[in-house]
Design a protein around this ligand. Sequence first.
Ligand code: ADP
Length: 155
Amino acid sequence: MEKSADIEISEQILKVKVGQVKSLAVVVSEETSVYDAVVTMFLEDVGTLFVVQSGGILAGVLSRKDLLKATLGNSEINKTPVSVVMTRMPNIVVCTLEESVYDAARKMIEHQVDALPVVKPLDNSGRLEVVGRISKTNITKLFVELGRGGISSFN
Ligand code: ADP
């Protein structure tokens, strides 16, 4: 029996992997000041920064609102490290290169966040190396590409 077009489309969408659409991660260290993180967010034109320890190990996430909140009524933003305001491990929702973009999008909706770090587990210690970033913008771009040219360019 012929498969319905709907099933075919959903099967195709599930084949697009995070590794095919991810962007470069913009990272700062835990000692970075809130001031420098705000500057980095503007210069790099991203809405989410990832905080890493040496070796690119994921330690935290900084959103626009985290930084806005940290600057309100704080005259010491040059001295306040981002580690004070970031969302930290193990409370970070992540995805991997091999995961489907559909799963990543589902996690973003479920956890109400704008971006996920793309990670590689390093060993059994639970440490995760940051290898990229996937955001709602990546998903929107994919949606537009799929509408324009079909799914074949992604598989
Ligand atoms: P904004 O705060 O700019 O609307 P988000 O909705 O992405 O951006 O972030 C909301 C909160 O969730 C922030 O406190 C942020 O630190 C946190 N957050 C962002 N991304 C993640 C993630 N992948 N995993 C866990 N927490 C996150």
